[in-house]
Design a protein. Sequence first.
Length: 334
Amino acid sequence: MGENGAGKSTLIKILAGAYTKDEGKILFNEKEINITNPHDSLNLGIKVVYQEISLIPEFTVGENIFLEKFPINDFGIINWKSLYEECINLLKNIGFELNVKEKVSNLSISEQQIVEIAKAIFQNSSVVVMDEPTSSLTPKEIDKLFQVIDRLKKNNIAIIYITHKIDEIFKIANEVTVLRDGKFISYRNINETSEEILIQDMVGRKVDQKFDRPVTSFSDVQMKVENLSTKSKLKNISFKLHKGEILGFFGLMGAGRTELAKAIYGYDKISSGKIQIDGKTYKRFNTQIMVENGIGYVTEDRKGEGIVKDMNVRENMSLPSLKLFEMFFTISKK
């Protein structure tokens, strides 16, 4: 456990062979080992399920799960029937149901997370590292995941579970290690600690759980949404957002939170309704109009929608506002 920047991700990458350690030692089955690359990690039976999905989008569920070990018949050809039958049984055994012939690109983020976990189990891993595995799952899917973890434990598979959700630690963990600012802080038996102690370990001080919410008065309305609907999900959404106000939207997976954000930004087309920004009403709009009105959008899918990985920071930051840098039909890099 640990806050952002505590060193959890760096530790995971060392175990996965993406980074190499500078000092110290790693013991595996009571023997000192060196992990210098991902092959070393995989050969030891260490499998990391990352928070950011690493599947091949154009491959099916079955192809992704069996990617490193396709079933081959006597003629050296992939036995697709066997592959998909085994895949169905694997998913059924861990309590999940997916269309094994569906392309991963058509799955939701939570369904892709399930495929990642199934892939780790199929590879007969002896150590499974899970990095924030419940971040995209519904409560029902989280319960199923915990059942899977319990089965893995009973099969003598070791689990390293990375999370910032203390309630999850108390549900499934036997011991808990806390990191802070890249340093080891504590190692505790879960039955001999409490939420208060773990929070104090994470932040380095005692934290008062009470929060006195200040009485706040807001001025002018910045944005007003009336009866906004889309063909796919949203139905008659209305709200007001004042200057200086933070307005939160809460709901389970599939409730329409992401769809609402995309519709407001002009990313998804609305079928009815209107948006008023600083007193000006829009019934039809797109992302360009929203950007010109000072509306920004931070996506939940950083790698897929948020950034262009082959561009540098400057190029990514300027993408929504390229017109500001136009000069004689070209982009001025100055």
